[in-house]
Design a protein around this ligand. Structure first.
Ligand code: G1P
Length: 290
């Protein structure tokens, strides 16, 4: 069983980033020199996935255009002898096969994933959420696929969070599994009220899911916030088949949050091949002047 497809939901309104996201999809906000969604797509490509399925909504065509071939721009860049830049842009559109499906109503993350059921079909697949960027030596998605080769069951990427933050996440309860960084899932709860779970394992936006999830999603009733929650369908799936939580190696940035986004800009800026050094010098000087 090979994981060939990745579903990336991009239908959200991005209200946490208004007014910046009034006319621009939040996934198109820039970190250094590329939109946040491109980092996710590059992680997927580097992990060996063959097809991406974007779940979109009205006003998100900029994302589809970004990964498409732009004939006019390509000709202009060639005329101006900016071949390298032109090649880089073509590289983006050649990265991977991309299709999109439309989520007609904002009914929640679970509903967005369910919208992709016909394109995914009857095979295990990945889900990556556009807000969660992971900086790591080996791409987070690749780490998960390696574990999948071993366990052949659903895997949820988790990171430890402070107890006062658990109510902001889907939380996984589990038992140590014997494999490194891996837990067998015993219970999941979306955004638990403080004090209702002992676990500090928070779901970040990376999942490998067995296709049975679609049937379970179609039977999932609205949960936290009145939305159809992926976490609720995952709980149902965990009762039918084994499911694993995986504490990935790397640092996660919540690019959907203003402070998290600023942190991501600093982290990615410092690692940029050309800008890294001068940016570091600038930061040092700026901090010294405070
Ligand atoms: C979603 C999931 C949640 C997860 C989070 C990670 O929530 O429902 O389980 O912990 O992504 O970013 P959202 O952030 O969309 O409210």
């Amino acid at each position: 069983m090979k994981v060939r497809k990745a579903v990336i939901p991009v239908a959200g309104l991005g209200t946490r980033f208004l007014p910046a996201t009034k006319a621009i999809p939040k996934e198109m906000l820039t970190i250094v020199d590329r939109p946040t969604i491109q980092y996710i797509v590059e992680e997927v490509v580097a992990s060996g996935i063959e097809q991406i399925i974007f779940v979109t909504s009205e006003g998100k065509s900029a994302i589809e255009n970004h990964f498409d071939y732009n004939f006019q721009l390509d000709s202009v860049l060639r005329e101006k002898k900016k071949v390298v830049l032109g090649e880089e842009l073509n590289m983006i559109s050649n990265l991977i096969d991309i299709v999109s499906v439309r989520q007609k109503k904002p009914l929640g993350l679970g509903h967005a994933i369910w919208t992709a059921r016909h394109v995914v079909g009857d095979e295990p697949f990945m889900v990556l959420l556009g807000d969660d960027l992971v900086l790591s030596k080996q791409p987070c998605a690749r780490q998960m696929l390696n574990l999948f080769d071993d366990v052949g069951e659903s895997i949820i990427a988790v990171q430890r969070v402070a107890p006062e933050q658990t109510h902001q996440y889907g939380i996984v309860e589990g038992e140590k599994n014997g494999r490194e960084r891996t837990y067998k899932v015993t219970r999941l709860v979306e955004k638990p009220a403080p004090g209702t779970t002992d676990s500090d394992m928070a779901i970040i936006g990376r999942y490998i899911l067995m296709p049975e999830i679609f049937d379970l999603l179609s039977r999932t009733t609205p949960g936290h916030g009145g939305e159809i929650q992926l976490t609720d369908a995952l709980l149902a799936l965990s009762k039918k088949r084994e499911m694993f939580a995986y504490e990935f190696e790397g640092t996660r940035y919540d690019a959907g949050d203003k402070l998290g986004y600023l942190k991501a800009i600093i982290a990615y800026g410092l690692r940029h091949t050309e800008l890294g050094e001068p940016f570091k010098e600038y930061l040092k000087e700026t901090l010294a002047d405070l």
